[in-house]
Design a protein around this ligand. Sequence first.
Ligand code: BES
Ligand code: MN
Ligand code: MN
Length: 454
Amino acid sequence: MVKEYIEKNRARFLDELFQWLRIPSISADSSHKQDVRRAAEYLRHQLTAAGVDSVQIFETKGHPVVYGEKIIDTALPTVLVYGHYDVQPADPLELWDSPPFEPVVKDEKIYARGSCDDKGQVYMHVKAFEVMSKLDLLSCNIKFMVEGEEEVGSDNLGDFVKQNKGKLAADIILISDTALISLEHPSITTGLRGLSYMEVEVRGPNRDLHSGVYGGAVANPINTLCTMIASLHDTSGKVTIPGFYDKVIELTPDERHALNKAPFDLQHYKRDLDIGEIKGEENYTTLERTGIRPTLDVNGIWGGYTGEGAKTVLPSKATAKISMRLVPDQSSAEITALFTNHIESIAPPYVSVKVTAHHGGEPAVTATNSASFRAASMAFKDVFGKEPIPTRDGGSIPIVALFKKELGLDTVLMGFGFDSDAIHSPNEHYGVKNFMLGIETIVAFYGHFHKIKS
Ligand code: BES
Ligand code: MN
Ligand code: MN
């Protein structure tokens, strides 16, 4: 019955999602502020149309939060669904095969910015609610909290959560904003990495200089910054910041063995990325390198002349954005402090450095022995015919640790994207099948969660 309803309404579901995807809700870009709001309003409208009660737009210091709920019986379990309706910037635009905000279906995949991360995945929940409402299958109370600042660090969501603890009271949090291994190998994410995001500015001479007149006699800030960055890893791929690994929880051999049992095809991985070899911390597998190990990466670096042709210049400053992915029990504030001290300590006397911290977030590991995890496992088994594999994802959803801390609640990470869906990249896409099966799995989840809890 559920499957039939979803199939019958497939075209409309996609059409509604496409209208949402057409709104460029880029939270990082202030020129899109009104678009972000329009995306919030569209969601409010769709949640209301699906039967959710008193859906409201809550203002924050930044972009608004959309909140609505359906309380059918206070004696029943309550699930709080979280997601985000903001998206990453779409540039570089010239690398998209079709415009990022004009969704199209090609090879059974929806191409658009936000198709997978996270509008497409949030919309599965909206439609799962409609299905349950229309087929009289609602068996849990459901609350929706969908924010517009996830891609810029959820700066104001912490306040919203702290100020609305009563409203947000629930038994568990349910999030679809992560990845599946494949449709043949369904999986549930059981861990996310944390983040410390930094900016380093290196200043040399008080102005750009002629690189012939001064070159060789005055330190070049770009050269110096590159040397400093190069020193942040040793030859075995470890981060050299003193104390960086102190709080890292090493997995037991059994835990590592379990993690590495997940299917992983190295040839396919390399082919997908057009790389000849992989590279990472010695003595760890790829799944471990992205799942349970902390990292440091330069996200952007600039300075000097980058325009057309050649300009002989010795620049006065250079800047880099550097992020570190964290694992339990590293803390974002501690790593930020270690990084800052270390960069200041390795800065040579011929430059001055300024270190600025951007957003951060804590790593999270979710429970696998909980009623909600069991319900999610059974739901995947129902729809995909296979027991889902627990996986650790490399990305970050900082709010997961905050939910635990502020509301005492565990999260189930039931994501339906693929790592290869090109989230944050040109040509982001999301399988139509993933979307449809996701709706079905979410409906099944509520049924099992209700049964286990009562
Ligand atoms: N949905 C992603 C996180 C993600 C992606 C988790 C894939 C697991 C698998 C989320 O929207 C995201 O991009 N988060 C940011 C962090 C944020 C603080 C900007 C990230 O991971 O870079
Ligand atoms: Mn996301
Ligand atoms: Mn994202």
